[in-house]
Design a protein around this ligand. Structure first.
Ligand code: FES
Length: 325
């Protein structure tokens, strides 16, 4: 009978008990494990065999409940879905820490109040028009093409890995975070929801444009919801509904037209397109400092060769989507 290969895994675990510990520290353990052993299983063994005080959150152990998200070698992951072997092979060790962007309650458990507050704020339920109730006995009047528009979003298990990975959440507590925005998208494109327009108008001033488009949320998502793509879709819908009403939407529209003109960014012009003349004047001292270091920003860049090819690309992107339903 083949004997399973094992490895000696060095594991460093973040430990902190607010009110008792002056500051966080890391405890080091070594476990003999098989390469496919999930990080969660190793942590539970540490708790059972070595240190019963280790505190962590988990439930299903099957990537379903979303409870066990944590930082594993600096990436937001589900501990029950992450095998130890590849981590040790890549990093030479395993470092386990609590999720970021949420205060630590103890060891690997964080306070998720802000994550859920943002979720509540988007009102994550269908708002049906009482004048048009759903027909009796027809609970799902949508076409397959309509359902396909939000096919990925219900896969979300609200693990908050995206929230932990998001630098916009770190920079601004008002940013709703990737999960809340992906869920909002789901209701905006649901034809049964009667509040599309209100939702889009509200989110434009409620953090939508704070997204940095870094795609770290999509990289972190264990269920391939691809939140950054849903946020991009929301931005497109918001512009289609309202045009450029906010600095964020004006920046997006201005950036597109700016590049289209010469194939290169005209930086000064983009400031005016995003913030208007008033905004430009407000940023004048900063602009002057920048101009002294880099005078070329005030000049119009030359048009790139083959500008017609760029224009063809724009026309292709602007063409209405094909209806495959
Ligand atoms: S324990 Fe449920 S997702 Fe990991």
């Amino acid at each position: 009978m083949a004997v399973a290969k094992t490895l000696e895994a060095p594991i460093e675990v973040y430990r902190f008990e607010p009110g008792k510990d002056a500051k966080p520290h890391y405890d080091r353990y070594t476990l003999t494990v098989e390469p496919h052993t999930p990080v969660l299983t190793a942590l539970l063994r540490i708790r059972t065999e070595l240190d019963p005080s280790l505190t962590l959150r988990y439930s299903c152990r099957s990537s379903i409940c979303g409870s066990c998200a944590m930082q594993i070698n600096s990436k937001s992951r589900l501990a029950c879905q992450t095998p130890i072997g590849p981590e040790i092979e890549k990093h030479g060790r395993l470092v386990v820490e609590p999720m970021r962007n949420q205060p630590v309650l103890r060891d690997l458990v964080v306070d998720q109040a802000s994550f859920w507050k943002h979720y509540d704020r988007i009102e994550p339920h269908l708002k049906l028009d009482p004048r048009h109730p759903m027909p009796e006995g027809k609970p799902n009047p949508m076409t397959p093409a309509e359902v396909a528009r939000f096919y990925e979003t219900p896969r979300c298990i609200a693990c908050a890995a995206c929230y932990s990975a998001c630098p916009a959440v770190e920079a601004d507590a008002d940013f709703p975070g990737p999960m809340a925005l992906a869920k909002l998208y789901r209701f905006v494109v649901d034809p049964r929801d009667q509040a599309h327009q209100d939702r889009l108008v509200r989110i434009q001033t409620d953090g939508l444009w704070l997204c940095l488009r870094c795609h770290l949320c999509t990289e972190a998502c264990p269920k391939d919801v691809r939140p950054s793509e849903r946020i991009r879709d929301l931005k497109e819908l918001a512009i289609a509904a309202q045009g450029g009403t906010e600095p964020g939407s004006r920046h997006a529209i201005g950036f597109k037209e700016n590049i289209r003109e010469r194939g290169q960014l005209q930086e000064m012009k983009l400031v005016r397109q995003s913030d208007g003349v008033g905004g430009m004047l407000a940023q004048a001292p900063q602009g002057l400092r920048l101009w002294r270091k880099k005078p070329e920003i005030a000049k119009k860049p030359r048009a790139i060769d083959d500008l017609d090819q760029l224009e063809a690309l724009y026309r292709e992107l602007d063409a209405p989507p094909r209806d495959d339903s």
